[in-house]
Ligand binder design. Structure first.
Ligand code: CMP
Length: 159
């Protein structure tokens, strides 16, 4: 995959909401240099979750996962940055908190195999589908970020 500026979707799950971790998690993405181009609170429903977790529909934990994800509103965000999809997955860490490296969001903040704080798009294809699933065109913002000159090289800014 060539290096490029990408968009990725993150969902701050009900455990992040309940454990007062929104600022902590969003702050980590901001400090990494990711640009927030969309951000809102939504209540997930069966329709959205059946689509979002379609690949897990036959798993034994599917019903529990849906119940958890709709237990309270969640925060969804679109983050933009250089190779953002893989960079965000690294910051988030692997699915199970108890296996995630210290320093990652799940490694530092979660010890569960399922209540794992945040969802992040896992590929370019997924990211495109998730942006469309959760955001309307006019909920995404194109604005100049003044730190870009220092976050990126001139070449990277033009990719
Ligand atoms: P994520 O990888 O973001 O997307 C699928 C979610 O399903 C995962 O995070 C967990 O929240 C949940 N999940 C994965 N495996 C299990 C499991 N074995 N039991 C319960 N929930 C799970």
């Amino acid at each position: 995959m060539p290096d490029k500026i990408e968009r990725t979707v993150v969902i701050l799950k009900p455990d992040a909401m309940q454990r007062n971790l929104l600022g902590e998690v969003i702050g980590r993405f901001e400090r990494k240099g990711l640009k927030i181009i969309g951000l809102k609170m939504i209540q997930l429903d069966d329709m959205a979750l059946d689509e979002h977790y379609e690949h897990h529909k036959d798993k034994p934990f599917f019903k529990e996962l849906k119940g958890f994800m709709k237990s309270v509103p969640v925060v969804v965000a679109v983050l933009e940055g250089y190779n953002a999809i893989s960079a965000v997955r690294l910051i988030v860490g692997p699915t199970k908190g108890y296996e995630a490296d210290a320093g990652s969001i799940r490694g530092d903040l979660s010890i569960s195999g399922s209540s794992n704080i945040v969802h992040a798009s896992d590929s370019e294809e997924t990211s495109l589908a998730e942006v469309k699933r959760f955001f309307k065109e006019d909920e995404l913002f194109d604005y100049a970020k003044i730190d870009y000159e220092f976050l990126y090289s001139e070449r990277e800014r033009k990719t």
